[in-house]
Design a protein around this ligand. Sequence first.
Ligand code: AMP
Ligand code: GLY
Length: 431
Amino acid sequence: MNILLLGSGGREHTLAWKISQSPQLTKLYTAPGNAGTSDYGTNVDLNPNDFENVKAFAKTHHIKYIVVGPEEPLVNGIADYFTHDNTTEAIVIGPNQKAAQLEGSKDFAKNFMLKHGIPTAMYKSFTSDTYDDALSFLKDMTAPYVLKADGLAAGKGVIICPTYETAVKELEHMLLGQRFGKASQRVVIENFLDGIEMSVFVVTDGKNFKMLPHAKDYKKIGEKDTGPNTGGMGAVSPVPFVDKALLNNIEHSVVAPTIKALKTEEIDYRGFLFFGLMIVDGLPYVIEYNVRLGDPETEVILPLMQSDIIDMFQCIENQNIENYNMRISDAYATTVMMVSGGYPGSYNKGEEIILPEITDNDCRIFHAGTLKNKEDRLVTNGGRVIAVTAFGDTLEQALQSSYKQLGKIHFDKCYYRKDIGKDLLPYITRK
Ligand code: AMP
Ligand code: GLY
């Protein structure tokens, strides 16, 4: 069968690699892809948000599944577009537009959680018409203040303000100055949750769900979690502080109620669902829903998944995910992201990448922002450039392998965090 994968990051390279391992695959196309995805099929110069052209391609190339990596096409309604189209057989792996509001609107997601008793931070949302109410709401809260643009803002729409004064300034920028354009016409203000973050992933067919491996990612650019947020600088799976009891609690107090609430609301959700959680005093709270897999979490969770991913797509299509035999390795996986100097601010593109052949079986290189230029040389093409994933029987072993291979990769002004996973090592010795 032929598959079209949409997206161009490390997540998509990992998906391409995983899909290519299935004996059921005939041909994989990735649009637009990167220098890594082209190793597993053909990169296609298509914009994932241009549904007309995606359809034309799907038709001529007899695509069975369109696997959507990033959130934007989902929030824009790509699943609905193909459901309503009778001229192709292509099925979108990803939720419809209504379901994608779980990520597309923070206000929608918070309302949903409140209505269905899913644990999350207390909140209220405001528009420019209710700016004065927002100010008095802020006054009644204590520092730090959490302000969130309602709509999609490329992962940058959450601002945590240390003082009331900075929060007021930020609120003004967001609501009155439209700092994030349309996305901040509505702003959610919520309680700060002081805890430790983790990411939980499930796949659902709209009726039942299966848990994928969970992970922790590292969002800040600087070591010891300092500096501005990025898309993610590294990830670890599984998370050593997550024991069976906590995982059980997450499944029963967060995941199952969410799937049940989707059914109650008659929201037909089919695809991956990602829960961004804060664990506070041992209890999970939902910080956000994402309607896709995470990046760089995918670079650790899919390599740990031993079962066939196309079987999973078929179970989503046939709504029998309960029959999917999810097999997960009991190894640790770690990934460390090499980024362009300056990221998440401005950075150069087109820097030549020195990338040695990796012979180590416990290691995989996943490309993010890379490109083969006209001279067929591998060059940088984004902020996040290369993720180095490694496996180990222990977290330390996996980290050591990731860093050993990373040390051999180079481009001008490359940067990576040297402390990925370090904060988790004490949880292991304590066990
Ligand atoms: P989000 O885009 O919703 O994932 O938020 C980005 C980051 O802001 C999260 O990964 C957290 O580190 C932080 N964050 C969001 N909401 C809260 C909250 N209520 N309390 C503390 N930190 C938060
Ligand atoms: N790593 C977080 C995300 O993909 O949103």
